[in-house]
Design a protein around this ligand. Structure first.
Ligand code: MG
Length: 470
């Protein structure tokens, strides 16, 4: 009889143990479940709207990007904040038109190795905004928002940087072949571009033949090391900006020649990143965005890309310069295989990511950013009504609904600026190639857009150019 209380006690202890351990287990499961989504932005350099299979390219094979689009949402009307590298990247990173931050110029289109300026400390970067929510932040690839210490990624919200501080065609050595030979038959040693880890130069010239692969490997390692906390990865490929380079395994793989090989390596990279997210179980808690900083560099012939049906390319405020092939991927949150009807912008990533991360959207500076969450979740539409196309500090054109009005036009490189008074007007929904001016038939639309411009310009405050500081 004496053993009964002991047995009861044992039973009670066992029950208590089971209850406690399952409660702890539940807590452990809850603690493991990440409450904030991860963000990965894969940003190409000078990729055209027409350079991916899923955007209609006839010869470049992009099976991983095509799959990403089939599993996610394609944006066919997604824009960047400028038609060249530095201002476009500043727009993405700040959610603001580059003329508001001074990251543009009417004299120099981008930052150069002798530039003394860069992204001002007063700007709140996407990385800085997300850090408030406890995010780990890393930048892989091309930065191009200033190469001096105060302007580097590690001074602007990123915990880690592995990449090149400016374009891969800069620092061309005097000993390199003259003219286009160094572009069309490039060798890494022609371009004394530094490869950096954080603030240190670790390789110079950077071996660009393996650079896409190495950015990818670094990003994958970072995912592994940070899989237990929220992270933001900005993977800004330095390709397909000329001079083109690809790893030995991608030489000659594409019918589209050198350029196609380069895109197929980027496509491989996208496949690696998405597979790593699946393998680590993070895929359903990670929003991946694929885009590019500006349109194709058409003056380089078949070493540049294609804007598909869009007019002109890099450097121009025709749509070919600023509309980019864009995919948002987030399994089970973004419905698979959808195409967004809305217009979006890289500037919208600020409002969208901060909303999804549950951190305050920066209010210190005027934003040009609209939350895309309702579009991604198909619960509503974007509140964006207009899109402003600047070249330096000059407002060249405005998109308002389906309409695009041009005050001035100029091709990307070379060519004279044309002033249009009355303005040109195109309906981009019927005529994405901007080939049929319908201004005469739509005077009321012109009046409406001119009123939008007047309001925009009356409220605009330009910052002093950072690109002209010497
Ligand atoms: Mg670019």
């Amino acid at each position: 009889m004496n053993h009964l209380p002991t047995k009861r006690l044992r039973f009670c202890l066992l029950t208590l143990f089971i209850v406690l351990s399952s409660a702890c287990g539940l807590r452990a499961v809850e603690a493991d479940k990440p409450s904030k989504p991860n963000f990965v932005v894969i940003f190409c350099d000078d990729l055209g709207w027409g350079d991916l299979g899923c955007f209609g390219n006839p010869t470049i094979r992009t099976k991983h990007l095509d799959k990403m689009a089939a599993e996610g949402m394609k944006f066919t009307q997604f824009y960047v904040g400028a038609s060249v590298c530095t201002p476009s990247r500043a727009a993405l990173m700040t959610g603001r038109l580059p003329c508001r931050s001074g990251m543009c110029s009417n004299k120099k289109r981008v930052l150069f190795p002798d530039s003394k300026g860069g992204i001002p400390a007063s700007e709140v970067t996407l990385a800085e905004a997300l850090k408030q929510g406890g995010y780990s932040t890393a930048c892989f690839g091309k930065w191009h928002l200033g190469h001096l210490k105060p302007f580097l990624p590690t001074s602007n919200g990123f915990d880690y940087f592995f990449g090149i501080p400016y374009s891969n065609d800069m620092d061309r050595l005097a000993s390199a072949p003259k003219g286009r030979e160094a572009v069309f038959n490039p060798k890494p040693e022609y371009y004394n571009v530094p490869l950096m880890r954080n603030e240190e130069i670790i390789e110079r010239p950077a071996d660009q033949t393996t650079i896409t692969r190495r950015y990818t490997e670094e990003a994958i390692k970072y995912i592994d090391e940070n899989k237990d906390k929220p992270f933001f990865i900005y993977l800004a490929h330095s390709m397909p900006h000329i001079p083109l380079f690809r790893s030995p395994e991608f030489v000659g793989v594409s019918r589209r020649g050198y350029f196609g090989d380069v895109i197929q390596e980027i496509d491989w990279s996208v496949g690696q990143i998405l597979q790593k997210l699946r393998d680590t179980g993070l895929d359903e808690n990670t929003l991946v965005v694929f885009c590019s900083d500006n349109g194709p560099w058409l003056i380089f012939g078949d070493h540049g890309g294609s804007a598909g049906p869009l007019r002109d390319g890099k450097g121009s405020t025709w749509d070919g310069g600023m509309r980019e092939p864009t995919i948002f991927w987030w399994p089970k949150t973004i419905p698979a295989g959808e195409v967004a009807a809305d217009v979006g912008s890289t500037m919208d990533l600020m409002a969208t990511f901060t909303k999804l991360a549950g951190v305050p959207t920066p209010t210190a500076n005027k934003l040009d950013s609209y939350d895309l969450t309702p579009v991604l979740k198909q619960t509503g539409t974007s509140k964006r009504e207009s899109l402003f196309y600047y070249r330096g500090y000059d407002l060249m054109a405005v998109r308002h609904g389906p309409w695009k009005l041009h005050l001035y036009t100029q091709t990307g490189y070379g060519g004279k600026r044309e002033t249009h008074n009355p303005p040109l007007l195109f309906n981009l929904e019927h005529d994405p190639g901007e080939s049929r001016n319908v201004a005469n038939d739509n005077p009321e639309v012109i009046e409406e857009i001119l009123a939008v411009i007047k309001k925009h310009q009356s409220e605009m405050v330009f910052a002093e150019s950072q690109l002209e500081i010497r």
